[in-house]
Design a protein around this ligand. Structure first.
Ligand code: F6R
Length: 363
């Protein structure tokens, strides 16, 4: 059932091109028709995203998508915090819950609170018939297929896919994106599965990731740094490493380094930078310089041909270049693999990490 892979996690990482294409085709009609069942799109004035863990990180990227493409003010909350903080909810608020399982207790509680207060709830979910899909006013499915590994991979990239599509739908319906821009962005999304496929199977960058993992699997700490749409990817990379390899890792927006975390840097602490093409690339390059000046080891996820990053970094993982807004979907893949190989080198049970359950049905 692992289809020749050593662990479900590795199988699921490799299933991402298919999972993303299935999610695009499964939702294509919904998105191009421009309607969401049970929700009046013209009434929405603000959006609140609620989720836990990896799904919360997808929500952080979703905020960039929705604000950028549809101009709707968007907040993102941990469901466990939202449910107890008396959020300001009005009838023109759309609450979007993101949950792979559809059974996470805190996420369900946040959804129930939102409904009680009169808001509409849309859920982005991977499991047909789950509690979240039954309780929400509207559902958009991710078509990742069953995710067995406790560490979430293909659920995350398909959540990003749905959030990107949802933001295009909202943008077009609200007149922020014209039809040609809508089509252009949707086409760019359709190129993503092929780019990940080429990263995994043509360029064989997996071997590069594995070699770097072999250099660093004895580390005690690691920092993950990114900016803009890739700041949540830094958080996600750090979470993946923590949960399966039990190495202490922190994800930060790279611009925050000098406000505290840079004090952690020395020659024993690797920093993983997400440094691909985009409007903040130059800023990231200066952040890499700051780490190098303190003798930190730098591993960069970057695109071929970015000379400054190449020259400053100790190790480089090349991912194919894609549109900046779609880069999180590609950039997270090497971080998933990096965590996977480190955990495997350490001999841990990758699919069943200690203290964790696949679905957190208690508070
Ligand atoms: C991390 C992971 C968890 C889940 C979180 C939410 O790899 O899997 O952080 O993302 O427990 O689960 P769902 O999405 O099922 O609500």
């Amino acid at each position: 059932e692992k289809a020749g892979y050593k662990h479900f996690m590795l199988k699921e990482i490799n299933e991402q091109p298919r999972a993303i294409s299935d999610t695009v085709s499964g939702n294509y009609k919904l998105i191009t028709d421009g309607k969401l069942d049970g929700i009046d799109l013209n009434k929405i004035r603000r959006i609140q995203i609620v989720a836990c863990g990896t799904s919360y990180h997808a929500g952080l990227v979703g905020k960039f998508y929705i604000e950028n493409f549809s101009n709707i003010p968007t907040e993102v909350d941990y469901a466990s915090e939202y449910r107890y903080r008396n959020p300001v909810l009005t009838e023109d608020t759309l609450v979007v819950s993101i949950t792979q399982s559809g059974e996470t207790a805190d996420t369900l509680a946040a959804m129930r609170l939102a409904k009680e207060k009169g808001a509409k709830v849309l859920t982005v979910c991977n499991v047909i018939g789950s509690t979240a899909t039954r309780e929400a006013d509207s559902v958009i499915y991710t078509y990742a297929g069953p995710e067995i590994s406790v560490a979430s991979t293909k659920a995350f990239t398909t959540q990003l896919t749905v959030l990107f599509m949802l933001s295009l739908l909202l943008g077009r319906e609200r007149g922020v994106l014209d039809s040609s821009e809508f089509d252009r962005r949707l086409k760019l999304l359709m190129e993503v599965p092929g780019k990940i496929e080429s990263f995994l199977n043509v360029e064989r960058e997996e071997e590069v990731v594995k070699k770097i993992a072999l250099e660093f699997y004895r580390s005690k700490d690691a920092l993950y740094l990114g900016r803009h749409v890739n700041y949540p990817i830094a958080l996600e990379g750090a979470l993946k490493l923590k949960e399966i390899s039990y190495i202490h890792a922190e994800g930060y927006p790279a611009g925050e380094m000098k406000h505290g975390p840079i004090a952690l840097i020395d020659e024993n602490v690797p920093s993983v930078f997400v440094a691909t093409e985009g409007k903040v690339l130059e800023k990231i390059v200066s952040n890499i310089e700051e780490v190098k000046a303190r003798k930190g080891k730098v591993i960069s996820v970057t695109n071929p041909g970015i000379k400054e990053v190449y020259e400053l970094s100790d190790y480089v993982i090349n991912v194919p270049e894609v549109d900046e807004f779609l880069s999180p979907i590609v950039n997270v893949v090497p971080l998933q693999l990096f965590a996977y190989y480190i955990a495997d080198f350490l001999g841990y049970d990758v699919d069943q990490p200690r203290n964790l359950a696949k679905s957190v049905t208690v508070e």
